[in-house]
Design a protein around this ligand. Structure first.
Ligand code: ADP
Ligand code: TRP
Length: 315
């Protein structure tokens, strides 16, 4: 039986090249060797998306993105978290296994707390819902960017706690983090993130690519603009880059133009494919609905076992 790969993307805005190289590309590359569960974590995104229309559009958007990057719905299960209520059910049970001080030590929580004192409970409990997402599927691997490493560690801790209290139930998943793309920098040099407004969208138009690349922050003292180089290295081999950056030493504008041209070649065909897919929303909804049913069948079996083990199954 093939091993299980599961991962998720929040429908919280347009995906960017950091999401793609850090995580989404791995789902596509591995879809022939693993059973892939590609999730749209809409309940996680509820934390940042308040508008009903926006959330609906974003969910469909991520589904189209998954298809446009090459996930094959015949092979993979593409689904949204809210179609499998067992996730929130498991989250509640897991809440009883770990302490508040433990969750308060999570980096993501500490960062969020530093920025916003008025945090809601969902932000705090976020890793527990994520653990439920992963554990209900007997997941073997979770391809993610570096920022998610600690969340997978928390997931393993929760699995171990459950297993030791109630008997062997959950498999311990492993994160898969590709070293060279673990943290793709944004145009300001910080980690690229939807929440920092420093992204190059994965399906950007040519104009958006030009605008984003020209605004990449560069350090004027060096021969090589490091932020430009880091993004360029996603698209070209070290040998190709060496030649380019040697022949254009210190020529920041020319190097940015070269990066914009390479991004256009890379993004163009995917963007066109996306435009075609976006014309048939009914088809996209059907793919999600079928994916949701398959995912629920799998998670439902595990939850049945969980209810029995914790002692709430009476009939
Ligand atoms: P964002 O931080 O932009 O809101 P998500 O939280 O939706 O992105 O992340 C989706 C996936 O993309 C996760 O696996 C995350 O680790 C990965 N990811 C996000 N930003 C980056 C980045 N800058 N470099 C590498 N991977 C990233
Ligand atoms: N927390 C992840 C992020 O912000 C998204 C996510 C939710 C996820 N559930 C998941 C990723 C399960 C992998 C597996 O990117």
């Amino acid at each position: 039986m093939s091993k299980i790969l599961l991962s998720g993307v929040q429908p919280s805005g347009r995906p960017h090249i950091g999401n793609y190289f850090g995580a989404m590309k791995q789902f596509v590359d591995m879809q022939n060797d693993y059973k892939v569960y590609a999730m749209i974590v809409d309940y996680h995104a509820l934390n940042s998306v308040e508008s009903k229309e926006e959330l609906t559009q974003n969910i469909l958007g991520v589904a189209i993105d998954y298809l446009a990057i090459g996930l094959d719905p015949e092979k993979c299960i593409i689904f949204k978290q809210s179609d499998v209520p067992e996730h929130t059910e498991a989250c509640w049970i897991f809440n009883n296994l770990i302490s508040m001080p433990y969750l308060m030590r999570a980096h993501a929580f500490k960062d969020a707390e530093a920025k916003n004192k008025d945090l809601n409970v969902a932000k705090f409990d976020y890793p527990v819902l994520m653990a439920a997402d992963i554990l209900l599927y007997d997941t073997d691997i979770v391809p993610v960017g570096q920022d998610q490493k600690q969340h997978i560690e928390i997931t393993r801790d929760i699995a171990q706690k459950f297993n030791s209290r109630y008997g062997e139930t959950f498999k311990l998943p492993e994160e898969v983090i590709k070293e060279d793309v673990a943290t793709v920098p944004g145009i300001d040099g910080q980690k690229m993130s939807k929440s920092y407004k420093n992204t190059i969208p994965l399906f950007a138009s040519d104009e958006e690519i030009d605008k984003a690349v020209m605004s990449i922050v560069t350090d004027s003292s060096g021969e090589r603009p490091e932020n430009v180089y880091a993004i360029h290295s996603l698209l070209k081999t070290p040998e190709e880059l060496h030649v380019l950056y040697e022949t254009h030493k210190g020529q920041y504008k020319a190097l940015k133009e070269a990066l914009a041209a390479d991004l256009k070649v890379f993004i163009g065909p995917m963007r066109e494919k996306r435009e075609v897919l976006a014309q048939d929303i009914e088809k996209v909804k059907e793919i999600l609905m079928i994916g949701g049913k398959k995912a629920r069948a799998k998670a439902g079996e595990k939850m049945k076992e969980v209810r029995e083990k914790i002692g709430v199954s009476l009939y």
